[in-house]
Structure formats: structure tokens, C-alpha cells
Design a protein around this ligand. Structure first.
Ligand SMILES: NC(=O)c1ccc[n+]([C@@H]2O[C@H](COP(=O)([O-])OP(=O)(O)OC[C@H]3O[C@@H](n4cnc5c(N)ncnc54)[C@H](OP(=O)(O)O)[C@@H]3O)[C@@H](O)[C@H]2O)c1
Length: 296
């Protein structure tokens, strides 16, 4: 797979598409298959993996996904440095609740714990979701300290609007490297956040780029224009969706999840699809879904 060096991550070439790690810790997917599927995706060139400390089957198993990702990267034949690992902190698990804590003390402790669970320093740590009753400026200062203490090479934010991103940018002296927000045929908000990332050279990790595990297989039925355009390219609606996202600027880096090697194989094909301007316009103008998959 082709790679790209985002100006805000000058020492790293990142693949055009990465791997979402979440489903192997949610929704009853068998985590025993995770390592083989992820190694296959890395071999195909999708050597960025996206996890979070709160991805776990239950509150008691907090950190499950990070441990799995740490093991997969540790066991990968090409070594730790061949995979770019992104994790996220700031959401806790308490029973069936998912409370958010963006306090500096919590973010610093959570970053240390992510390092311990992974077994190495992640390439990037992001604030997963904002607790809007706490100070964003203080949280960003804490993330800068996370980086200065050597707990992550790069820092970023997830699920932010443009005003919040601009504040984070200012407080961090222009060192925010990654934004992770939702973007897919279903959900096309935050165009101004994507614009900011394209202008300033950040990576924009598009989460649930196929509309999430429940809807990904039905993408062509839910958004038929993607299936129609696929006919001209001998491609699936899902491959067209990823190809369409990749037309949205050099910041764009979709992170679909795979639980099967076959879907990783299909995903790689999307990078070679050249959509015409007319096709891009048609896809962009087509109908969207009914709001965010996980409303903030
Ligand atoms: N920051 C946040 O708040 C946030 C929120 C949600 C998700 N995320 C991140 O985003 C990642 C992806 O999100 P997601 O898992 O919700 O949704 P998704 O990637 O939109 O959908 C996952 C589904 O897509 C299928 N798939 C992948 N590539 C395909 C292809 N080329 N053709 C057909 N089907 C394909 C997979 O099938 P198989 O399982 O059959 O392989 C899987 O069922 C997560 O793993 C997580 O890392 C972040």
C-alpha cells in the first residue's frame, strides 16, 4: 500500500488506510483470530493500528484491546517499529457506564497505564472524548506533558469540533498531530475539522468509515449510489466508500476494522480505484444516514 508523510508527523510514513482494532474486544468477536488478521493487514501495508484503553468486553476487562494490540505488535515478524500504534485515553468503564475524565491527573496516569499494557511506547495517544465540564486547555497541557515525559511520540484529539480543535492547536503550540473523528457515507459532518487537518498537515483518522459493524455489510443497500459507481470499477460499495474518502485530502486516513482476512484484502483494492470528478460529485451529493453512530 502507498504511504504518505503527514507534515505534523514528519518522522513517520503512514499508510493511506489503517486498521481499527475495536471489534475484537466488543460484540463477541473471537479475539483468538485477532493477531492473525492484524498481521495479515500489516503484511498488506496497513501498518497503523488504532486502539483505546476502554475497548473491552466488560468494565472488569478494561485495557483488553490494548493488551491484544501489544501482543500482536510484539509478535509481528517485522518488529515493533514497523507498526504505528495509536491509542486513546479519557473514557473510563464503570459497570455499564462509560464516564469521561479529562483531568490532567487522570490523563497522565492513563497514559502510563496504556504504555504498561501495550508493553511499549505508543506512537500516538489521543484524548478519546471530551468531558466538556472539564477544561480542554488543561487537558491539552497534560497531553503535551504526556509527550514530554516520553509516554507517546505524538498527541491528538478525537471527537472534536473545529472550535475545540483550534483551541487544542493553540494550547499545544501547533503540535497536535492527529484528529480521529467519524466520517463515512453515513456521516459527513465535521468538514471544517477535515479542512483544518488538510491545511495544517495533521492526519485525520476517519472512524467507522463503513458505517460500523452492523451496517458495513449493507452499505450498498443503504447507500445505493456507492454500489452503482462500483459497477463501473468492478468494485464493491465498501471499496468505493474507502476510495471516495481518500479523495478528501491528504489528511484522510480511514481506519476500518476487519475481523476476517478477506475484508483486509478487499480494503487494499480501494487504494487503486481512481474515481472521476463526476463520480466523486455524485457520491458526495448522495444521501447520508441518520446521524452519528455514537452521538457525543
Ligand atoms: N474515536 C472513536 O470515538 C471511535 C468510535 C468508533 C470506532 N472507532 C475506531 O474505528 C474503527 C472502525 O470502526 P467500526 O468497527 O465501528 O466500523 P467500520 O470499520 O465502519 O465497520 C467494520 C466492519 O466493516 C467490515 N469491512 C471492513 N472492510 C471491509 C471491506 N473492504 N468490505 C466489506 N466489509 C468490510 C468488517 O467486516 P469483517 O468483520 O467481516 O471483516 C467489519 O464488520 C474501530 O475499530 C475503532 O478503532 C473510533
Amino acid at each position: 500500500m502507498r504511504s504518505y508523510t503527514h507534515p505534523q508527523l514528519p518522522h513517520q510514513e503512514l499508510p493511506l488506510i489503517g486498521v481499527g482494532a475495536m471489534p475484537f474486544s466488543h460484540g463477541g468477536k473471537k479475539s483468538k483470530d485477532a493477531i492473525a488478521v492484524w498481521h495479515h493487514a500489516f503484511d498488506l501495508g496497513m501498518n497503523l493500528i488504532n486502539t483505546a484503553d476502554c475497548y473491552a468486553p466488560s468494565a472488569q476487562e478494561f485495557g483488553h484491546n490494548e493488551r491484544l494490540v501489544g501482543k500482536a505488535v510484539h509478535e509481528y515478524s517485522r518488529g515493533r517499529d514497523s507498526v504505528f500504534v495509536v491509542t486513546k485515553n479519557g473514557i473510563q468503564r464503570k459497570g455499564s457506564d462509560w464516564p469521561r475524565d479529562n483531568s490532567p491527573e487522570y490523563l497522565l496516569r492513563a497514559a502510563e497505564e496504556s504504555n504498561e499494557r501495550l508493553g511499549f511506547m505508543p506512537d500516538a495517544i489521543l484524548i478519546h472524548r471530551l468531558n466538556r465540564e472539564q477544561s480542554l486547555a488543561a487537558a491539552i497541557e497534560a497531553m503535551c506533558e504526556v509527550r514530554e515525559r516520553g509516554l507517546a511520540k505524538y498527541i491528538g484529539v478525537s471527537n472534536v469540533n473545529r472550535v475545540e480543535l483550534e483551541l487544542a492547536w493553540e494550547v499545544s503550540d501547533g503540535t497536535i498531530a492527529i484528529v480521529e473523528n467519524e466520517r463515512s457515507p453515513r456521516y459527513r459532518e465535521f468538514a471544517d475539522v477535515l479542512d483544518f487537518c488538510n491545511e495544517k498537515g495533521l492526519a485525520y483518522l476517519a472512524w467507522s468509515p463503513l458505517g460500523g459493524g452492523n451496517d458495513a455489510a449493507k452499505l450498498g443497500e443503504l447507500y445505493p449510489v456507492f454500489a452503482e459507481v462500483g459497477l463501473a470499477h468492478n468494485a464493491t460499495a465498501q471499496e468505493i466508500a474507502l476510495a471516495w474518502l481518500l479523495t478528501q485530502g491528504s489528511a484522510m486516513l480511514p481506519i476500518p476494522a476487519f475481523t476476517r482476512k478477506e475484508t483486509a484484502d478487499s480494503t487494499v483494492k480501494s487504494v487503486s480505484i481512481n474515481l472521476s470528478d463526476a463520480e466523486i460529485d455524485l457520491l458526495t451529493a448522495s444521501h447520508t444516514g441518520n446521524g452519528s453512530l455514537y452521538p457525543d
